[in-house]
Design a protein around this ligand. Sequence first.
Ligand code: TRP
Ligand code: SF4
Length: 334
Amino acid sequence: MNAPHLLTGDRPTGRLHLGHYFGSLQSRVTLQNTHHSFILIADVQALTDHFHHPEKVSENVLEVLKDNLAVGLSPEKCTFVLQSQVPEIAELTVFFSNLVTLGRLQQNPTVRHEIRQKQALFGESVTYGFLGYPISQAADITAFQAEVVPVGEDQLPIIEQTRELVRSFNRYYGEVLREPRALLAEHPRIRGLDGQQKMGKSLGNAIHLADPEADTRQKIMQAITDPQKARKNDPGRPEVCTVYTYHRLFQPEHLGTVYQECSTGSRGCVQCKQELAFCVNQHLAPIREVRQELQHQDAQLSEMLLDHTEQARVTSKATLQAVRKGMRLLFKTS
Ligand code: TRP
Ligand code: SF4
């Protein structure tokens, strides 16, 4: 297939949630029809902040695969790649590490933000691997010659750094690598149910694709709304309400009504959340159904994942051959 290459992926540290769904999964489903899509399960990257819990990473590899399949990615259209089984990525990471300064890594806003969030894990001293994960992510992308990388907003600085690395690589060693571009989803960031700016796996404020209906309802019923709307018939301010931002995603056609009823005090928060829970559950029902079917197919899924990874390596091996040639590392007996 001559379609442009696309690569994106997830760290298998937990199940995927609505943030992933609106931030990336939905666009993957559309783009798989027009792009040669590599979907990476980034288990090596997951170890950069889970090095002390390897079981948590390995247990989630198939879970993440199931989430991707459940939302509609097809194994006939996409190539799933298990990062740890692609030595070319590790190799390229080493080669790239000469092309980026420590200062540049320390400036990366995504990494800075994550380090701040992980103070408890790293204390004052961050690991070399964590600080360098943008380099290995650049290797993920370029090993498969991806042109398009659909990601959430938080990943933009990483893609920017990849582009810089590609430019320096090509300057020193010839036009070997392709410069990728980020593709931002329509809803690049969705708020946490607790009103935090971001829904996060580790923040405890997420609705997972695989959550049962009752849990989903309960989480929504506990969501933060407009704090000034104390009583049912008080007028509210949808523009500050997290629940309202979810209505925008799940029933855009009724957004005007929700806004109007909330701001005139004719809609109570309990009713409003019940309505949202219904919509979310309705939307997730078919996804959960497929996921349920996949639940007992671990053997087949593992086999498929390894098969796909081997197919993908045809591309990464070819890239590394060109990379080594450019770097004068194809040592041969003459
Ligand atoms: N860093 C991404 C995340 O945390 C996962 C990831 C790994 C990725 N390698 C990638 C995303 C390459 C896009 C391209 O979600
Ligand atoms: Fe938010 Fe709905 Fe309550 Fe208005 S009625 S504050 S939109 S939950």
